[in-house]
Design a protein around this ligand. Structure first.
Ligand code: MOS
Length: 723
């Protein structure tokens, strides 16, 4: 491999640091008007009256939209659509949109909109709401494995514990934004999005127009983490105002609105019963999970199902209760379900290990699943055992003492812990259009996104590798609905999905060139197969004899062509169904806890990950570090506080909502244990962007127990809980 597996700087790096990369709110449009969203002061009830008179009189105001004069959306489904009725389903629900000549005028006028409400008492406390049977949607998928009662009876040692994780918010640097304008009945939409096709479908349906009449563009995304996975309500509001006012309209959120304007990681309560025999072999796991959702839609994440493929446990039950609350809908947030579930499972197995006086890493080895315990299928690849060894060695696990409070550094109690993470290695149908030109340059278009992992770069590397050209000869474009459809960038599926499309297109281009080359006089490829050839530096040549070659430019010229265009649709293979395909990893954490003050410092985090082949170790390493830093935040800082009296989120700014900063991160390192996986997809790659977070909060909580002897099962682990 010439490019794949080599550390490569971002191809869009210069554009990003020089400001040339255009984020959504930066697209220049002629004469834009600015919108500002007014939101509800109550969490439940309805609008009795809404007074927009003062706002209308304010300087520069063009129009104020409310449920009384807004366009009726034709969108189907339960997703919230703004300004459709006087009903209020959550605090900070949009109740009006003020559009003015400038942003400041719109924002000021928004403060003049006054509403009166018919108030009802909201219920935003998930555990309280869970007590009311009518609010509960019980799901138990899949069925119980084995018999957990028998399993628990056969156990020598058991634990039963409850874990809670508060609501947390995605906090990407780039705020949500959109610019919309219409040309006749055609809509042009710039939207910060993880998937332009999703936004296009949503808007076409909302306005009852054909999808071809909607163009969506999102070239750069300043972080998203799931916050921009499904179409938000603001693109519809933007497009509605733009159509009505017959001029471009722009909406850009404030930081505070970011905490109110999209979903969040749901609150979860989890109860685990776990039993094992004296030798540490797990006999049963009962994992019951309660998560909140909104009153109007049933978003759920599979926090309890996560553990089912993790350990060799004969008896497993995972219940999931979804509870309706008067909050906005939750949504996917980095490693949705998995990280919440792992906090519970990976804490619980640690608790059990201590009870058995077995080293927690050894405990995980004892229960290692060689085959998928759920389906009995083999893993397409699973180098987790090697990750254990590599991670333990790098981390220095040997120095760990099993007995809590047995390691001190001055006034600091020192502890070490670990946690496993897994994440599905999925692939979704994806298209790419690849154009190979006679001058040796290549253009690729695919309607995927790059929300930060470095997709521009990895796709460029893949094309360079298989078309035999240099990365600076490739122009890879994404984020436009004019390109072939690709899945939204979520679930860590992009490289597997879009990468496979580029690989497939490259192979077809080679085949076309090979067929042309066979027809020339004295072809060097007579009695050779296309598989024996490769593209390299503008030549099609034999892999094992590079002197046997034909110039691509000459081949095209002979055939009166200036380029080859190949549109390829990559699909997951049928063979995948015979295997379980997952990425695996383990996180190790070292903490120091101030004995008197309960302050926690994470002094070291190490991760070892097995996620197939790593295309770009440079950006991959960054992703893994980012995930573990997020794990520090989840373990120690992040918490969206809700005042349940008003059903309102209170910590909606960076002063009150804490996330890790540089000073919160000590030594951090990640290692990849590469896997050769011929099943998962043609490139042998697996997602890694969420994997790195999954085991981290549990690893830190376990380290804190090792340091202090205190088991904190309620995130975040703040000093008050440790004193
Ligand atoms: Mo991610 S939560 O799959 O954007």
């Amino acid at each position: 491999m010439r490019y794949i597996g080599k550390e490569t700087s971002r191809v869009d790096g210069v554009a990003k640091v020089t400001g040339k990369a255009r984020y959504v709110a930066e697209f220049p449009v002629k004469n834009p008007a600015y919108g500002f969203i007014v939101t509800s002061e109550i969490a439940k009830g309805s609008i009795k009256s809404i007074n927009t008179e003062m706002a209308m009189k304010a300087a520069g105001v063009l129009k104020v939209y409310t449920h009384q004069n807004a366009t009726k959306s034709q969108a189907k489904g339960n997703a919230y659509t703004a300004l459709q009725s006087p009903k209020i389903a959550f605090s900070n629900q949009p109740i009006a949109l003020v559009v003015a000549e400038t942003y400041e005028q719109a924002r000021y006028a928004a403060s003049l909109v006054k509403a009166e409400y018919n108030k009802e008492k909201p219920q935003t406390d998930t555990l309280e709401a869970n007590k009311v049977a009518t609010n509960k949607v019980t799901r138990r998928t899949p069925n119980t494995r084995g018999n957990t009662q028998t399993g628990l009876t056969n156990s020598d040692v058991k634990i039963e514990a409850e874990y809670t994780i508060p609501i947390e918010h995605h906090n990407p640097m780039e705020m949500h934004g959109a610019i919309a304008f219409w040309e006749g009945d055609k809509l042009m939409m710039f939207d910060k999005s993880q998937g332009v096709y999703g936004v296009r479908g949503h808007l076409a349906q909302s306005f009852g127009i054909p999808a071809e009449n909607v163009k969506v563009v999102s070239l750069f995304v300043g972080g998203a983490f799931g916050a921009s996975l499904k179409p938000n309500y603001y693109p519809f509001m933007t497009a509605m105002a733009a159509r009505d006012l017959k001029r471009p309209v722009k909406i850009n959120y404030t930081r505070r609105q970011m905490f109110q304007g999209h979903g969040y990681r749901p609150f979860t309560y989890q109860k685990i019963q776990m039993g094992a025999t004296k030798d540490g072999k797990l006999q049963a796991v009962v994992h019951e999970s309660v998560g909140n959702t909104a009153s109007y839609e049933n978003f759920q994440e599979n926090s309890s199902g996560f553990g089912r493929t993790l350990y060799k446990v004969p008896n497993y039950d995972s219940k999931y209760n979804l509870v309706k609350t008067d909050l906005p809908t939750p949504v996917w947030m980095r490693a949705p379900g998995a990280v919440s579930g792992a906090f519970a499972i990976e804490s619980a197995i640690d608790e059990l290990a201590y009870k058995l006086k077995i080293d927690p890493l050894e405990m995980r080895k004892i229960n290692y699943a060689e085959k998928d315990p759920e389906t009995g299928k083999p893993y397409s690849s699973k180098e987790l055992m090697k990750c254990f060894d590599v991670g333990a060695k790098t981390f220095g696990w040997k120095k760990r003492k099993l007995e809590p409070r047995s390691n001190k550094d001055g006034n600091w109690l020192v502890g070490m812990g670990c946690g496993i993470g897994t994440w599905g290695a999925w692939q979704a149908p994806a298209g790419a259009k690849v154009t190979l030109r006679a001058d040796g340059t290549v253009h690729i278009g695919s309607a995927t996104a790059d929300i930060g992992p470095g997709t521009y770069t990895t796709m460029t590397m893949i094309a360079s590798e298989f078309l035999g050209i240099k990365p600076n000869q490739v122009k890879f474009e994404l984020g436009k609905t004019e390109f072939p459809r690709a899945p939204s960038q979520g679930g860590s599926i992009t490289t597997a999905s879009v990468g496979s499309a580029i690989y497939g297109a490259s192979m077809n281009i080679r085949k076309k060139l090979f067929d042309m080359a066979l027809k020339i006089e004295n072809s060097p490829f007579i009695e050779r197969r296309v598989e024996d050839t490769e593209l390299m530096n503008g030549m099609l040549r034999l892999k094992n004899d590079s002197s046997k070659s034909v110039s691509v430019a000459e081949l095209l010229k002979k055939n009166n062509m200036t380029e080859i265009v190949e549109t390829y649709q990559a699909m997951p293979s049928k063979e995948r169904a015979n295997y379980t395909t997952m990425g695996h990893g383990i996180q190790f954490a070292e903490v120091k806890v101030d004995e008197d003050l309960g302050i926690v410092k994470v002094t070291k985090v190490i991760e070892a990950t097995a996620c197939g082949r790593v295309i770009n170790p440079l950006t991959a390493h960054s992703q893994e570090m980012g995930g573990m830093i997020w794990g520090i935040g989840m373990a120690l800082h992040e918490h969206t506080e809700i005042d349940h009296r008003y059903g309102r989120m209170m910590t909606t700014n960076f002063a009150d909502y804490h996330i890790p900063s540089n000073a919160d991160v000590g030594y951090i390192n990640t290692e990849f244990v590469e896997e050769e996986d011929k099943i998962v997809n043609p490139l042998g790659v697996k997602g890694m962007g969420e994997l790195c977070l999954v085991g981290a909060p549990a690893a830190i909580a376990n380290a804190i127990f090792n340091a202090t002897g205190k088991r904190i099962r309620d995130l975040p682990i703040t000093p008050d809980k440790l004193i």
